[in-house]
Design a protein around this ligand. Structure first.
Ligand SMILES: [Zn+2]
Length: 418
């Protein structure tokens, strides 16, 4: 392939991705706005007209920001590649560090990370301090936002930089089969992260206190025994420090497994409803959804690394993405691959969303068997209402992007199982 042909192919992929995503987002925006004034019939008794309008306005505000974000991301990717920005950074860092050295490579990838963070920053600030605030969800102060950013930067430096250095070293030292070694390293790192995240990283950002409510504790422990599930404790997380959105989740695996409730969830739901939500989460564990996802992710990563191994030997890959031969090294290849890949793999997104929705239905069905379908249905309606999630998504948008089935479908399926 010639560099020009690959450039054209890349720009075509960017244009198609952008066109498809923006079209779907505009559809979602219009669909939600068109259904703003009428609560859909299954929810007519449980959701007020005001709450429904708020959900529509919230969804539209987020959609408008997401469209700008998608556009900015595409412009940034083209600027880095065809615009020559990555090449300029490579040359700039070459004045400080020996070009092609390990230190130069790590610095290049770190610079790319910082730049991406800066591009994303205004969107994150606007989301938190304008949209979330306007709809009454934000509890974050500017000081807490800055403290979070500082902690994330420190973590990225302490963990991220050595990981990048190790990957670049493996890519150079392990010969033609480096991709297999990097994959094994990636796998080991991910498993390790699953172990250390709940006990070492998450407490840096939130406070976890053992669940104190005795009634709930007894019910939850009974449910766990019934489902044959063992965990290393039930915790309540101070999610209300940052946001009014509620949630429950599991972290870790094996002996490090723990169940975490957001305090905001416990405030909103009755004991029976919390139990049903937890049973849904147990359903994900029962069906081994986490392991299945991890296995698919591992297979995809292996394929991608193998592909990168081949692309790195092709001069058109570098030249087509705006990098001159003198800058065509392992770090640049990794950077270009990370920038360009999402535009070629975006059709995978709807497949993954579909798979995720299948899992949600399975978890709901499990919860309906272990607790009462009614309780889960009530809990979901409350969560949709309190999180201002739209009840009327555009069907096509939802099929493409949504990891959870639309509210009406989920409830209809649940109430059928009764
Ligand atoms: Zn779920």
């Amino acid at each position: 392939m010639s560099p020009q042909a690959f450039s054209t192919l890349f720009l075509f992929a960017v244009a198609v991705t952008l066109l498809v995503k923006l079209t779907l987002m505009v559809r979602q925006f219009r669909h939600v706005r068109a259904h703003r004034d009428r609560v859909p019939s299954p929810f007519a008794e449980t959701i007020s007209a005001d709450a429904h309008r708020k959900a529509a306005d919230y969804t539209c505000a987020r959609m408008r920001l997401a469209m700008t974000d998608v556009l900015a991301g595409a412009i940034f990717a083209v600027a880095l590649t065809c615009g020559g920005l990555l090449l300029a950074i490579h040359h700039g860092l070459g004045k400080l560090l020996e070009a092609g050295s390990l230190a130069h490579g790590v610095a290049l990838l770190a610079a790319l990370g910082i730049l991406s963070w800066l591009v994303e920053l205004p969107f994150s600030l606007y989301r938190t301090f304008v949209i979330e605030k306007r709809f009454g969800f934000n509890r974050m102060t500017a000081a807490l936002y800055a403290a979070d950013a500082a902690r994330e930067a420190a973590l990225a430096a302490i963990i991220g930089l050595p990981v990048l250095a190790a990957v670049l070293w493996l890519m150079r030292a392990m010969g033609a089969n480096w991709w297999l070694w990097v994959w094994l390293f990636w796998l080991a790192f991910n498993l390790l992260a699953l172990f250390i995240w709940p006990t070492f990283i998450a407490p840096l950002f939130n406070k976890f206190t053992p669940l104190a409510d005795e009634t709930l504790k007894t019910r939850v422990e009974n449910l766990l025994t019934r489902c044959g599930f063992r965990s290393r404790g039930l915790f309540v997380m101070d999610g209300s420090r940052r946001s009014a959105h509620g949630n429950a989740y599991f972290t870790g695996f094996g002996a490090a497994k723990r169940i975490v409730f957001f305090d905001t969830l416990l405030d909103k739901l009755s004991v029976e409803e919390v139990e049903a939500v937890l049973a849904h989460e147990l359903g994900h564990f029962h069906h081994r959804h986490i392991w299945k996802r991890l296995a698919v992710l591992a297979a995809m990563t292996l394929t991608m690394l193998w592909l990168l191994g081949w692309l790195m030997t092709q001069p058109w890959f570098f030249a087509g993405l705006g990098v001159a031969p003198d800058a065509a090294d392992t770090a640049t290849a990794l950077a270009l691959f990370a920038i360009a890949l999402p535009f070629f793999t975006f059709p995978v997104g709807p497949l993954m969303s579909h798979w995720s929705r299948v899992h949600e239905f399975q978890a709901d069905a499990y919860a309906a068997r272990q607790t009462r379908a009614d309780d889960l249905a009530h809990a979901l309606v409350k969560l949709y209402r309190d999180n201002a999630s739209t009840l009327t998504p555009d069907p096509l948008y939802s099929q493409f992007f949504d990891s959870h089935p639309p509210a009406a479908l989920r409830l209809a399926r649940l109430l059928q199982t009764q």
